[in-house]
Design a protein around this ligand. Structure first.
Ligand code: 13P
Ligand code: 13P
Ligand code: MG
Ligand code: MG
Ligand code: MG
Length: 360
């Protein structure tokens, strides 16, 4: 029988401001998932102010019962958040009426279904203060860059490369690239992570290897309500990137969009779950990597990978980059370009000043 791994996440109230999840919300989420009866296993992860429900089951992807469970769990947590008057209680729940699928309703979703292998190591990457395209560069390195993943060169099972499914988040289209044959074409698109996102990676035989959340909350809501703080699941070993190859891209804290008010560029800092407390200018953006061995759907773990001292230098570098870019204040490219800010004050300022603009 196939097993499904679903990660559904939402910010339903920050403690304090946008920095973390209050422990009472985690307790409530665990309570709700425990009594559900439809899961094989679960783990409630947090990164910054986002709750990530990591769930295994046999119902397949996009299943109404799983989505309803996640939605109701977030609603129950929202009640707690309201009682504690946490910041932005219910922030990512865009609708009062659940319609069977959480997609398009606020929460981020990454799900995959597969035949559990003899040994099934998976990593759940969770980020805060950034957007789904933040995974483009690391996923490219894991599955297409031999300078990151030596397995692409020396493992006969990986040497044929992988398929990349890329989504156009603005025009709602998708395209699949064969790699390494089409890496230059692929890079034209995924180099624009606010527009094109790697949704999934497959083996050339069509087996799912990685999948990410690609919801753009601010586009769905029609007004600015923060970035979409993405998740990504990566299966590892035995024809897929080794665990260390999947973690290696994060030794370089690349620049991503997000940070303060979702309107800045900053380095993605890899941290342990307990250190995912974005505070400086509400950041810098964080990534957490939780490793699990699946055993008949049971989540054996987590192993909190970025707690390892080998990521200390990446954190130092990220702090140095933060010092450097923060000095630009409200200037691009630290602050995002205007087209990324259309749900902020720009339309109002434009309206107010429209009669003052004269022909040159
Ligand atoms: P093992 O020999 O421990 O299985 O290691 C192989 C591997 O994947 C190392 O990256
Ligand atoms: P979140 O998306 O994590 O809630 O962050 C919003 C924000 O404005 C941080 O400054
Ligand atoms: Mg928040
Ligand atoms: Mg958040
Ligand atoms: Mg958010």
């Amino acid at each position: 029988e196939k097993v499904s791994l679903s990660v559904i996440k939402a910010d339903i109230g920050g403690f304090v401001g946008h920095s973390t999840v209050h422990p009472e919300l985690v307790i409530k989420a665990k309570e709700e998932l425990t009594k559900s009866g439809i899961l094989i296993d679960f783990f409630v992860g947090t990164v910054g102010d986002d709750i990530n429900l990591i769930m295994t089951h046999t119902l397949g992807v996009d299943h109404g019962e799983i989505h309803k469970l996640a939605w109701n769990t977030f609603l129950a947590c929202t009640e707690v958040a309201k009682k504690l008057k946490l910041y932005g209680a219910g922030q990512d729940l865009l609708s009062d009426a659940f319609s069977g699928n959480v997609k398009g309703m606020g929460p981020g979703v990454a799900e995959m279904e597969f035949e559990e292998r003899k040994s099934e190591p998976v990593i759940v990457f969770m980020a805060d203060k950034t957007e789904p395209g933040a995974w483009n560069l690391p996923l490219y390195k894991m599955f297409a860059d031999p300078f990151n993943t030596i397995g692409l060169v020396i493992d006969p099972k990986m040497h044929g490369g992988f398929l990349f499914e890329v989504h156009d988040l603005i025009h709602h289209k998708k395209v699949i690239f064969q790699c390494p044959e089409e890496i230059y074409d692929l890079l034209v698109f995924i180099g624009a992570p606010g527009h094109y996102c790697i949704k999934s990676v497959y083996t050339k035989e069509g087996e799912v290897a990685a999948t990410s959340s690609t919801q753009r909350l601010n586009l769905m809501a029609g007004r600015y309500i923060g970035k979409d703080d993405p998740v990504c699941i990566v299966r590892c070993q035995n024809g897929l990137p080794a665990v260390g190859e999947a973690l290696e891209p994060f030794a370089y804290p690349h620049l991503v969009a997000g940070w303060m008010r979702g309107s800045h560029v900053g380095p993605l800092m890899p941290v342990a779950m307990k250190d995912a407390v974005p505070s400086r200018f509400d950041g810098p953006p964080r990534a957490v990597a939780l490793g699990f061995q699946l055993a008949d759907g049971k989540l054996i773990g987590p192993q909190d990978f970025f707690a390892d001292v080998s990521f200390n230098e990446a954190r130092n570098t990220a702090n140095q980059i933060a010092n450097y870019v923060r000095r630009m204040g409200p200037f691009e490219p630290h602050r995002l370009p205007l087209n990324e800010m259309e749900y902020t004050t720009l339309p109002d300022v434009m309206k107010k000043l429209k009669d003052r603009f004269q022909e040159l």
